[in-house]
Design a protein around this ligand. Structure first.
Ligand code: 13P
Length: 254
């Protein structure tokens, strides 16, 4: 059925010191060494990237950042650029997470700029989108994710689309313990793939991975990951425990 290799990423958010991050990375490396059925990444805080990249060097677990700025360098106090992330060993960068949209003024336009900047320096962006509970209740889910897609993908041409992952993260499912049902998630993933087909053609749309995020746990991972258009997971809380994250990785369809 699905031809896409599944991809599980852990978003550690603003958790763990550098030494705690290194310790978690080392545990994951030991637990997942030799696991070859999916792509795996962890996204620690900026300050822990170097230590985690060091702990995971030569392993199957890649490293990603949780954000980036779109300029390469300059007078932008407090920001981190794509080339800096590449230099520290990142392969991925999350862009447009709902927490950044909610608390840090991220817009569809700035998400698009960050995604394009990530691609320009060789990173693989994980573009997050998803509706709020209010938007879902109003029946606006498809309109919202369509608008978010248009913003995020405005600067992404056909030559770069192969390096992009989407993470569908309904805001009402993030950190709440209430995940979208596999059917609810599949419905939106299928819709997103349809939008990708319109913009980039069927081959590119079929190849692009769409992760689900929002209260993914070892107990619900297998059901979610068995849906035809769910190609992985972006895991928050459960990625902070090595046993839970490893169990989610092992739930990938083979
Ligand atoms: P939780 O898994 O904690 O719900 O968080 C999901 C998320 O926001 C991942 O980016």
């Amino acid at each position: 059925m699905a031809k896409r290799r599944q991809f599980i990423a852990g978003n550690w958010k603003m958790n763990k010191t550098v030494s705690e991050s290194r310790e978690l990375a080392e545990k994951l490396r030991a637990m997942l060494d030799g696991f070859d059925a999916a792509d795996i990444a962890v996204c620690p805080t900026f300050v822990a990237l170097a230590a985690v990249a060091d702990a995971l060097r030569g392993s199957r677990i890649a490293v990603g950042a949780q954000n980036l700025y779109w300029k390469e360098s300059g007078a932008f106090t407090g920001e981190i650029s794509g080339p800096m992330l590449v230099a520290v060993g990142c392969r991925y960068a999350i862009v447009g997470h709902s927490e950044r949209r909610q608390y840090f003024g991220e817009t569809d336009e700035t998400v698009g700029r960050r995604a394009a900047a990530a691609l320009a320096c060789g990173l693989h962006p994980i573009v997050c989108l998803g509706e709020t509970l209010d938007e879902r209740r109003k029946g606006a889910t498809f309109d919202v994710v369509r608008r978010q897609m248009q913003g995020a993908f405005s600067g992404i041409g056909p030559e770069a689309i192969g390096r992009v992952t989407i993470a569908y993260e309904p805001v009402w499912a993030i950190g709440t313990g209430v995940n979208a049902t596999p059917e609810q998630a599949q419905e939106v993933h299928g819709f997103l793939r349809g939008l990708l087909t319109e913009k980039y053609g069927a081959a590119a749309a079929e190849a692009l991975r769409i992760q689900y995020g929002g209260s993914v746990k070892p107990e619900n991972a297998r059901d979610l990951l068995s849906q035809p258009d769910i190609d992985g997971a972006l895991v928050g809380g459960a990625s902070l425990k090595a046993e839970d994250f490893a169990a989610i990785v092992r739930s990938c369809r083979l």
